[in-house]
Design a binder for this molecule. Structure first.
Ligand code: ADP
Ligand code: MG
Ligand code: ZN
Length: 501
């Protein structure tokens, strides 16, 4: 039988604040010695009192704004009771009845696997049910008959984001999570690094026969620490559940873990041992009231987000959707590109209509997406550490636009700029790289090439027109790559045609 897959995702994001949610311990303990960022509060000592981290509240509201949520300006903290050694108080302080943010949505593009846009690509909206603020637990390590606990992570601010069941396959789940990851990074509220546990997600998933309305029994999948694990686990569960349903079996409501090595899900817990959390208001903390003025301040801190940037790059600069996505994947790259744009904002032809396209935008985009990315990857340098400045890359774009150098030469120049930080113009002058567009010089080189390749000339004249490209190539070579290629092309053709007479 054919089935619809229904998925809702719960994501935990560790907020990148200096201190923990309710104490002054450092929140950046990843990779540190165990138990070096601990105090009586986050170790759960009796009598230690929590204090709210203001920045964490702001970060969670920023995400709420970015996800088009309503913000609860009056909320209070609640105790969620359960006993586990990584939760030293025996309860977690969280928001239950009034989450910080609720009823929003995230809009993103579902693209092909390489991030490109094709006929199967589409824009998707997933509703956000809630995003609430809480504290992370410590970390348990089991070794043989012993267990070790590390409280460095205990009390780190944690934001839990819950979607409505609006996701219908592994591909959409992947696209949703990477869009969410981009947003927390754009906002600067979390590193979003899944491999370091700063972003952890749990898909809930069920199947139902195609064409029916009622939701099937759902399972929850935990321990997914990469986007590819999410895709793998969902694909695996879709197969397992449809095979079970085909055989007339019932799906059990269970919590599953994902075994990355074997590529299978394993049952961790049955629904029967579901917890009774006994939520009640946290007596050690006051209710949280957010004034209109504070909320306005927070709104002002939310930058332009990837999807809006992409639309603007296309309409304002005339870039393709692909270029716009490549440039906006990383906020630092987008900002670098925009600096290059604004360095040239008074340049070039300004169109008389209100629709002003930046004359160098496409060239800047090509340089960044192509050569610059390649050079940065090869040397392991991030864009804000490189020697080239945005205005210098604009300088290179101008030289190509003015046909002072051709695009082959530009490749050499950008590499030199990358290595030395010198201006494009200076490199072109020092190395004598300026393109030769003087037709008398080019005619001379063409004459030499024709004289040196009599066989090819003869065959061309007999009808093998492909040899034109060979002869053009020889001329480019003879000019050490500096000839203007369009001019060579037409001058060579004319020179050959003259020989027919
Ligand atoms: P629980 O109380 O078991 O945690 P919730 O109703 O809070 O369940 O939902 C948790 C997540 O599961 C949400 O993201 C929600 O969209 C999703 N979800 C709920 N029901 C289903 C279902 N039948 N199939 C798939 N996902 C579901
Ligand atoms: Mg749940
Ligand atoms: Zn502490």
């Amino acid at each position: 039988m054919d089935y619809d897959i229904i998925i809702g995702i719960e994501t935990h994001v560790e907020l990148d604040t200096h201190s923990k949610m309710f104490c002054t311990c450092s929140a950046n303990g990843f990779g540190a010695e165990p138990n070096v960022h601990v105090c009586p509060t986050c170790a759960g000592m009796p009598g230690a009192l929590p204090v709210i981290n203001k920045r964490a509240v702001e970060f969670s509201m920023m995400l709420g704004v970015a996800l088009n949520c309503s913000i609860n300006q009056h909320t209070f903290w609640e105790r969620k009771s359960y006993w586990y050694p990584d939760l030293p108080k025996g309860y977690q302080i969280t928001q239950y009845q009034y989450p910080m943010c609720y009823d929003g949505y995230l809009e993103f593009d579902v693209r092909d696997l390489s991030g490109g846009w094709n006929e199967q690509s589409y824009r998707k909206r997933v509703r956000i049910r809630r995003a609430h603020l809480e504290e992370d637990t410590g970390k348990l390590t089991h070794a043989g008959r012993s267990s070790y606990v590390d409280y460095n992570r205990s009390g780190v601010p944690l934001l839990e984001i819950v979607t409505e069941p609006d996701i219908f396959n592994a591909h959409e789940a992947y696209a949703y999570l990477s869009a969410l990851q981009d947003i927390v990074r754009y906002l600067g509220i979390s590193t979003g690094d899944m491999e370091k546990g700063a972003m952890r997600c749990e898909p809930n998933m069920s199947l139902r026969p195609k064409g029916t309305d009622a939701f099937g029994t759902k399972v929850e999948i935990k321990n997914l620490n990469s986007l590819s694990a999410v895709r793998g686990a969902i694909a695996y569960e879709a197969k397992r559940q449809s095979a079970a349903l085909d055989k007339g079996e019932k799906i059990r409501q269970v919590t599953l873990g994902w075994d990355d090595v074997r590529g299978v899900t394993v049952v961790q817990r049955e629904k029967e041992d579901a917890h009774d959390y006994r939520y009640f208001p946290e007596p050690d903390l006051p209710p949280l009231d957010v004034s209109d003025a504070w909320l306005d301040e927070v709104r002002a801190q939310v930058p332009e987000l990837p999807i809006a940037k992409q639309a603007r790059y296309q309409s304002e600069f005339g870039l393709s959707a692909y270029d716009a996505v490549q440039l906006t994947n990383n906020k630092a790259v987008a900002e670098w590109f925009e600096k290059g744009i604004s360095a040239g904002k008074d340049e070039g032809p300004v169109h008389p209509s209100s629709f002003i396209l930046h004359p160098f935008a496409k060239r800047l985009a090509n340089f960044i997406i192509g050569d610059l990315t390649r050079l940065m990857n090869a040397s392991g340098t991030a864009i804000n550490q490189i020697k080239i400045k945005p205005a210098q890359l604009l300088g290179l774009a101008k030289l190509v636009e003015a046909q002072t150098i051709n695009s082959n030469t530009a490749k050499l120049v950008i590499e030199e700029m990358f290595n030395t930080g010198a201006e494009a113009q200076a490199i072109v002058q020092a190395k004598g790289l300026a393109q030769v567009s003087d037709s008398s010089v080019l005619e001379k080189t063409i004459g030499d090439v024709l004289a040196a390749n009599p066989k090819e000339v003869e065959n061309y004249l007999k009808g093998n027109e492909k040899l034109l490209q060979f002869l053009v190539g020889q001329t480019m070579k003879a000019s050490k790559g500096k000839a203007n290629p369009q001019m060579i092309q037409s001058l060579m053709k004319a020179a050959l045609e003259r020989r027919r007479l």
